[in-house]
Design a protein around this ligand. Structure first.
Ligand code: 13P
Ligand code: SF4
Length: 304
């Protein structure tokens, strides 16, 4: 089948099956084209809570599909490629968080949304990269444990010096490995381009940015400025921007900024999942779901 034929088949099946497609902005253009909603983790979470369709297909990674199921338990939620996970989501065990809480009862525990459902269930509130500053800044507590991304956590701590933010030792294995040397090389190669970065990059790299923001923030900034840009996040965002603005150049900060998990889902996987021949239906035990839902509800309440 050709790409266009698969897309047409997906659009037809979507109607027949009363299904809706949510796709993270890191997904391939041919998937974004057939999706009903696209965006960063925060937007997908907000959209997920009141969808009219009875089946939701989530193109992204597992914690995103889990978030949809946590918010809409009555829906059939399908992850087209079950192996698509975020390695950072599993870098901490809930037991370690519970032990921390027992020793520090006054501390608020904030979880990046890139966490497992079991971790969310032992935290007070979730954040995404686009809502973290607003949510953490608005919390009445001064002492905050931020899990698991030490890079996003240290970026927030820098912006909110009035808070005592305790960091954990996790990070995104893709963004986290980028070095200041790669940054210097990209700047030297494209001296007139603006440097836009995701806060999952290490602080030693982020200090050189002209703009720091979430996936959605980077897209918005790049679309509204007129200069060429160096994009410091997953390669898909530079590709997306090149499609949107063919007369401008969007360079990769590093050729290593490719997330294998976000790249797993193909248009054919989505088609097969819609046909019911592949994919995984997300199941979450009710007690766990309710515990995790509290942290996501708080995120939407405080961040929207
Ligand atoms: P956003 O919250 O910006 O969508 O980021 C999700 C993610 O996994 C970034 O690597
Ligand atoms: Fe997880 Fe990093 Fe991939 Fe985002 S880019 S899904 S944080 S591994």
């Amino acid at each position: 089948m050709h790409t266009r034929e698969i897309q047409e088949a997906i659009l037809k099946l979507k109607k027949e099956k009363d299904a809706v497609i949510l796709a993270h902005s890191y997904q391939a253009p041919e998937i974004l084209e057939v999706a009903d909603y696209t965006g960063d983790s925060f937007r997908l979470s907000v959209v997920a809570k009141d969808l009219p369709q009875k089946t939701v297909l989530l193109c992204g990674v597992r914690f995103m599909a889990d978030t949809v199921k946590i918010l809409s338990p009555e829906k059939t939620v399908i992850l087209p490629v079950p192996e698509a996970t975020c390695p950072m989501a599993e870098q901490i065990s809930p037991e370690r968080v519970l032990a921390y809480r027992a020793e520090n009862p006054g501390h608020k525990v904030v979880a990046y949304i890139n966490t497992t459902t079991a971790l969310k269930a032992v935290c007070d509130v979730c954040v995404t990269s686009s809502s973290a500053l607003k949510i953490v800044g608005g919390l009445p507590e001064k002492d905050i444990l931020f899990i698991p991304d030490q890079n996003l956590g240290s970026y927030i701590a820098q912006q909110l010096p009035e808070k005592n933010i305790i960091l954990w030792d996790g990070m995104c294995p893709i963004h986290g490995m980028i070095t200041p040397e790669e940054c210097a090389a990209a700047k030297a190669a494209h001296p007139h381009a603006k440097l836009l970065m995701h806060p999952e990059l290490p602080a030693s790299v982020v200090q050189y940015a002209d703009y720091v923001g979430s996936t959605a923030g980077i897209i918005q900034y790049a679309l509204s400025c007129s200069e060429d840009c160096i994009i410091g996040t997953e390669k898909s965002i530079a590709d997306f921007l090149s499609y949107q603005c063919p007369d401008r150049r969007f360079y990769q900060l590093s050729k290593r900024l490719i997330c294998p998990d976000m790249r797993l889902t193909t248009l054919m996987d989505l088609y097969q999942a819609l046909r019911g021949t592949s994919g995984e239906e997300i199941q979450i035990e009710e007690k766990l779901r309710l515990a995790a839902k509290h942290a996501i509800d708080e995120m939407i309440r405080l961040g929207d």
